[in-house]
Design a protein around this ligand. Structure first.
Ligand code: ADP
Ligand code: ZN
Length: 285
């Protein structure tokens, strides 16, 4: 039995699936306290059998580097009650026979898009989510990038658009990329939630400008062959094309791959990229 859990800031998905990362059956429910959330997920799985392999795609910051003291734990998060909670201890107790693999939600989504989504066949790909926060997962030379912790794409410092004095909403940095371009940043900047802004609103040019700045940094540092941009905010009509066009301007002919037609794409797996990634992690472990 192959199982996956995608632990999100607002909702959790638990599923059983195939070794190819396809969901056979899933259950979605709100993320509450750590104990309650993992109990709901474990009980749901137990009713379906005993997973031999379990992939976990978790919101960050989370310790994903084996051998480090932080491995398996949720780290400093503003999410009440979660800081220091060990996902790994809790799930190993629930399923002592299971082999458990843990990743960030965005790394898992990057893996899924590269294996069965919008980047099939690519060994170098980035997956970015623009929602309540901004995050990025990176597959480089066929491997998910960790580092000492994991990439924190949303907390990049980006240049300011001329004349923009919006202070930003990141509680740590104010005007990092997440502070300037996440869903809550859009709502604070324009006084209207992102999903209520029409496609003709100037907010989307500002949004594309900032996201392209962030993606340019990714291009310069890890050189992905494709950038998949997902998350609630990227459901806005026409946003991918706007981001891509701005990115081509910024790249100024220096990075040849960037001009390819399919360089910036929405996730082919839509809202399922994270859970499919969790199932693929389970298969790989
Ligand atoms: P989370 O990051 O909590 O998992 P989402 O990825 O769904 O959640 O992102 C939530 C954000 O997406 C909210 O700020 C919301 O305003 C925005 N959003 C949702 N749907 C749309 C849409 N169709 N167009 C633009 N923004 C949207
Ligand atoms: Zn920040």
């Amino acid at each position: 039995m192959i199982a996956g859990i995608e632990l999100g800031g607002t909702k959790t998905v638990v599923a059983i699936g195939s070794p190819e990362g396809c969901v056979i059956e899933e259950f979605r429910f709100p993320t509450t306290t750590p104990e309650e959330t993992l109990t709901v997920a474990s009980d749901w799985l137990r009713k379906r059998g005993q997973p031999e392999r379990l992939g976990v795609a978790a919101f960050g910051p989370v310790g994903i580097v084996r051998g480090r003291q932080s491995y398996g734990k949720i780290l400093a998060t503003p999410k009440l009650g979660w800081t220091g909670f060990s996902l790994l201890d809790c799930l190993s107790n629930a399923f002592p026979q299971a082999r458990i693999t843990l990743e960030t939600d965005v790394n898992a989504a990057a893996l899924a898009e590269a294996k069965i989504g919008a980047g099939v066949g690519l060994d170098d790909l980035a997956y970015i989510t623009i929602g309540t926060g901004i995050g990025g997962g990176i597959l480089s030379d066929g491997r998910l990038v960790h580092g000492a912790l994991h990439p924190e794409f949303g907390h990049l410092k980006v240049p300011r658009m001329a004349g923009d004095d919006f202070p930003g909403v990141c509680p740590f940095h104010g005007d990092c990329l997440e502070g300037l371009a996440s869903g809550p940043a859009i709502a604070a900047r324009w006084g209207t939630p992102a999903h209520e802004l029409p496609a003709s609103h100037p907010a989307w040019d500002t949004q594309a400008w900032y996201l392209a700045q962030g993606i340019l940094a990714l291009v310069a540092i890890v050189s992905p062959s494709r950038v998949i941009v997902g998350g609630g905010v990227c459901q806005a009509e026409g946003l991918h094309a706007k981001i891509h066009s701005k990115l081509i301007d910024l790249a100024a002919g220096y990075f040849p791959g960037v001009t390819e037609e399919n360089y910036v794409l929405p996730p082919a797996l839509g809202q399922n990229a994270g859970i499919c990634g969790a199932l693929l992690l389970a298969t790989d472990c």
